[in-house]
Every structure is written in C-alpha cells, then in structure tokens.
Design a protein around this ligand. Structure first.
Ligand code: KG4
Ligand code: ZN
Length: 342
C-alpha cells in the first residue's frame, strides 16, 4: 500500500509517500517563506499562484525520491480543509486529476486531524488521549477518541497562538514567520524583564477556552516605551513566550484534571517551540505519557497527510467528491459558540 500525500493549505507546498502505513519513503516541502516574508505574513493570492508552480515538481520529486513509479501508487490523499481556499483548490484539483489518471482512490484530509494525528505516525498513544493543536490558524485542545474522531474541549476565542507570535514579531520586525525568531531570541532573554497579563476569559464555565489577542496587544503596545538598550528584544521575546506557553500548558493540565486522561500529544507549527516542548515533556514527572511529533512533523508537511490517508485507505474510506473548503464547519460551529459566550 503506497499512499501519496499532498499538502497545499497555506504557504508550504508539500508531498510525501508512505508505504504500508508505517514506512516513510519520501517527504518534500517547498516553503514559500521567502516570497511572503516581504509582507510579514501570508498573502493568499501569492500563495495560490506559487502552489500552481510548485505542485507538479514537488510531487514528482516526492515520487522520485521514494524510488517508486507513479503506477505503483495505491491512493492520493490531499488536504481539503480548512485553509486558504485558493491554495486548497490547487492541491485538490491536482490530486483529483492525478488520482483519476492513475485510476486510484482520492482521499480528502482535514488539516486539523492531520496535525493531531501527526505525532502518532512515530509513536502511538492509546485512545483516548488529549491533543494540543497549536498552529498559525488554530489553537485547540481535543480529546482524541480515534484517528478520525475528536471532541474539541476548548479553543481560542480570538487569535491563534501562532498568529500572536507572528504579529508580535511583525510589530518588532523580528523576522517571518515570527514563532521561530521569537523562540530563538527568547533563549538568551530574561523572561522576568516584562510582566504581561495572563489572559482571562469572561465565561468561567469554558475553562479550556483560550485567548491570545489581549496578550498580543499588551506585548505590541510595549513598543512605545521600548528602550532597546535597557530592555532588549531578547527579554521581550522571553517574557512573551513565557506567558503564552505557560498559559496553554495550564489549559492542558486543566484538561487532564477534568478528563483524568494522562496521555498527551501536540501538533501544529507551534509544537516545534522549544519552551512548549520542555514544559509538556515535564508533565511526565507527574505520570503523564507525552508524545510530541518530531520537528519535521510539526509545521505543514505531506507526511501527516499521507499518514492519515493510509488510515482511511486501510478501512476502505475514500471519496472522490471532495471539495476545497476554507473552514471545517464542524469546528466552526464550536468556535462561534465560543465567541457568543466569551
Ligand atoms: O502548522 P503551521 O505550519 O501552519 C498552520 O497550519 O498554521 O504553523 C505555522 C505557525 C506560524 O505561526 C509560526 O510562527 C509558528 O507555527 N511556529 C512557531 C515555531 N515554529 C513555527 N511558533 C513558536 N515557536 C516555534 N519554534
Ligand atoms: Zn498547519
């Protein structure tokens, strides 16, 4: 069983091939960071245009590196939602024609599920487990009951954590994407240099929901009083990171308390953050089993798409009628509810 996974939901054009659910044969990621960094953020129109240029060479390279022939592919899995609509359409249409041409099944992949399952490709946790999904577009804590069944227990009511990292970095001209730069600067900073407010939500009953826009604004507004000689970028990065990460980890701890489930995983670009990894790993001291994805599986990649595709294919779940959608309505309903109650 050879599954080709294609990812084009945001600013990475990626493809990977997995054999028999377990063996990674190839993974190619063409990042568009250089193109978007001039704007300190992803420009959707530019992203979709670049995907149209990259998708064929990226897929061909993944097939070549895997040492297989196109005709050997058993199924094509592709991210169908949520993400940038134009970018998703490029991937979905490309994958649809490829699967049609090869006469193999097409499998639509939910990007959130792919991030959540990513760590399980390397090391499995027993179900149910808790997953912290932290990316540029999403921040949520879910109880994972099966590879395709999650219950969202809490989510951000405003910005995603990665978005807060990126906007803080943009305000201080620290580099793009901001998370990586802030994480690096924070290593040599003093986290006590600034004291930022811990985010608070109005609704006490949704204790696993989160908010990052207030913290982001507090950090950005420091710029007016910011004196680089006395108060460095490193100190600002360390203080922001300390607050943001301890805040999400406190929510994970709360989720463990509420559910009694002592198995935790993480996924998404921010799961690459060194301080988050350190804090989550330290939960092992309290008897929590923690499985974190390796760095190549945190940011957007084709491996997580092919891995989830393999799960579906094994069970015969395929669907050629997939459609690109900017949102996953199932999660959207939950988020709207959060907004009304916040
Ligand atoms: O999962 P991802 O590649 O794309 C989305 O689905 O959004 O996540 C990208 C996000 C960006 O906001 C980026 O700044 C953040 O992940 N990120 C990090 C780190 N590496 C990437 N944030 C904090 N620390 C990092 N080391
Ligand atoms: Zn992602």
């Amino acid at each position: 069983m050879l599954v080709l996974g294609i990812e084009s939901s945001c600013d990475e054009c990626a493809a990977a091939v997995i054999k028999d659910k377990k063996q990674l044969l190839s993974s190619v990621v063409a990042t568009q960071i250089a193109a978007h960094s001039a704007f300190s953020g992803v420009v959707p129109e530019l992203a979709s245009r670049l995907h149209t240029e990259l998708i064929l060479p990226v897929t061909e390279e993944a097939i070549k590196k895997a040492g297989i022939e196109k005709k050997d592919i058993s199924a094509v899995a592709v991210t169908e939602k949520p993400g940038l609509l134009g970018s998703l359409l490029v991937g979905v249409n490309f994958a649809r024609s490829l699967s049609y041409g090869l006469g193999v099944p097409l499998i639509g992949i939910d990007h959130i599920l792919a991030h959540i399952n990513a760590s399980q490709f390397e090391k499995k946790l027993e179900y149910p487990y808790l997953s912290l999904l932290v990316s540029g577009g999403h921040t949520l804590i879910a109880k994972v009951n099966d590879f395709n069944k999650i219950e969202v227990m809490g989510a951000t009511v405003d910005d995603a954590i990665g978005e807060a990292y990126d906007k803080v970095a943009k305000a201080y001209n620290l580099g793009y994407p901001g998370g990586i730069y802030i994480d690096k600067l924070a290593q040599s900073g003093d986290r006590t240099a600034f004291r930022f407010p811990y985010p608070k939500l109005k609704n006490p009953y949704r204790e696993l929901d989160m908010s990052f826009s207030g913290l982001k604004s507090a950090v950005i507004n420091q710029s007016e009083h910011f004196r680089y000689k006395e108060r460095s970028k490193e100190n600002l990065a360390a203080s922001f990171q300390y607050t943001a990460i301890n805040y999400v980890v406190s929510k994970v701890v709360k989720a463990i308390e509420i559910t009694g489930i002592k198995r935790v995983s993480a996924g998404g670009g921010v799961a690459a953050n060194s301080y988050l990894r350190e804090k989550l790993s330290s939960l092992e001291n309290d008897g929590v089993e923690v499985v974190l994805p390796s760095l190549k599986l945190c940011g957007d990649n084709g491996i997580m798409v092919a891995a989830l595709g393999s799960e579906y294919l094994e069970r015969g779940i395929t669907d050629v009628n997939i459609n690109a959608e900017s949102r996953n309505k199932a999660y959207k309903g939950y988020m709207n509810k959060c907004r009304q109650n916040a």
